[in-house]
Design a protein around this ligand. Structure first.
Ligand code: GAL
Length: 409
């Protein structure tokens, strides 16, 4: 046999008769320390099936990654699997027939019986077919605090937004930035929405974002949120980092006292060896209105005309939903599992708070679920403008907000 023949035989003959390992490229935007640690759990579990996870991390943020993912799929260069957020981000790809129907895999794994809350699976479903695997519940309704920063200025760790904002002058005097906010627009928007839900309350939030109640938008409940946002704007002056995890790092290292961010921030605290409740504290709903938002991440599988890739896709879908992977991944990610039937005895203080809120059913829908993308873009642009331009008063911003809401569909 010539060299080429030998090579071909080696390629064609699986070792010991085992199935050939298939490389599966998986794209996502998980590039921070905590995110990378969590995604490694998926890779490990998938590789254990004899296949090979080929990591397709895209740096930046979801906003950078999603257009790249979408253009690869629509452009005929699909990856094996890809992350999107729960909800409607992949809807057009599904409608265009580009995504794989996972209904058979879901039925085999009884996903309908185990996924909790059921809205997670609803977000993957179109015309009765299931197109994604929800992998976690991530809520953005959190405030993360460095305990030592407050000790340094002789204050107890705040238990709510009021105590926290009242501590700002002392923190500033001690050279500690009260509130770290990364400069990417989505982070400003996130902070603003969290303040709105916490201070105007979940009912007002749902009435305004869901019911498009313009009167409520212009009223006294919402005014509290706009005032608090003006305070947050002051508290974050001098916060000049870009990425969310750099802002989290300011809190971890005590340069800043707090950050309003989703519970993925928790992955960073963990990688830094910090202990929830000891080194850092977390206040869901800013300690005012304890709710969580049942958004998160889901994986989609582009349709491919290759039986080996298809088989590897099915394997990955099953692995992601498997109880052991759900626990290992979510403990590192700072998110909650999508299964109601897994043992989370190892959950830390903050995750326990999240699980408790979930069990009470204190959940809200995300802005993406309640408002059209066009209307939401206007709202988000306003929040970003307000946060970056101190000449805009809280009253002016609220009036502009109410106008957007009155025109929203
Ligand atoms: C969100 C995603 C989280 C986390 C975060 C920051 O969209 O749901 O898992 O990755 O972005 O990267």
């Amino acid at each position: 046999m010539g060299r080429l023949g030998l090579l071909m035989a080696a390629v064609a003959m699986p070792l010991g008769g085992a199935a050939l390992a298939t490389d599966l490229e998986v794209t996502h935007w998980w590039t921070s320390g905590g995110e990378a640690a969590a995604v490694a759990e998926f890779a490990k579990a998938f590789d254990a099936t004899g296949n090979k996870w080929v990591d397709g991390a895209i740096a930046g943020s979801g906003g950078t990654a999603r257009p790249i993912m979408i253009s690869r799929i629509t452009g005929g260069d699909p990856m094996g699997a890809t992350q999107f957020n729960h909800g409607r981000q992949a809807e057009e790809l599904v409608e265009a027939g580009l995504m794989r129907d996972l209904s058979d895999i879901a039925a085999e794994g009884s996903w309908k019986d185990v996924v909790y809350p059921p809205t997670l699976l609803d977000s993957c479903t179109l015309d009765g077919k299931i197109y994604c695997v929800p992998v976690n519940i991530h809520s953005q309704q959190w405030l993360w605090l460095n305990n030592e920063a407050f000790e340094k200025v002789g204050l107890p760790v705040p238990t709510n937004w009021e105590e926290y904002s009242a501590a700002a002058p002392k923190l500033q005097a001690a050279g500690i930035l009260p509130l770290a906010v990364g400069q990417q627009p989505w982070q400003t928007t996130l902070a603003f929405q969290v303040l709105l839900v916490a201070l105007a309350g979940p009912e007002a939030y749902t009435a305004v974002f869901g019911g498009k109640d313009a009167e409520m938008a212009a009223g006294p409940e919402l005014a509290k949120a706009f005032q608090a946002a003006a305070t947050a704007r002051e508290m974050s002056k001098g916060s000049n980092v870009q990425n969310w995890n750099d802002a989290t790092n300011m809190v971890i290292t005590g340069k800043a006292a707090g950050q309003i961010m989703g519970d993925w921030a928790q992955g960073e605290f963990q990688v830094a060896g910090q202990v929830a409740g000891e080194d850092y504290s977390c206040l869901p709903g800013l300690g005012v209105n304890e709710v969580i938002q049942t958004g998160g991440d889901a994986f989609y599988f582009p349709k491919v005309d290759d039986p080996e890739i298809s088989a590897a896709q099915a394997e990955l879908a099953k692995v992601m939903m498997a109880p052991a992977t759900q626990v290992a991944f979510n403990l590192k990610k700072g998110s909650l599992p999508v299964r109601g039937d897994v043992d989370l005895a190892a959950a830390n203080d903050c995750m326990k708070k999240g699980l408790d809120i979930l069990a009470k059913g204190n959940v809200i829908q995300s802005p993406d679920q309640l408002m059209s993308a066009d209307d939401l873009t206007q709202v988000n642009d306003l929040f970003v403008e307000f946060f970056n331009d101190t000449s805009i008063t809280a009253e002016d911003a609220q009036a502009r907000f109410a106008k957007i809401v009155s025109n929203a569909s």
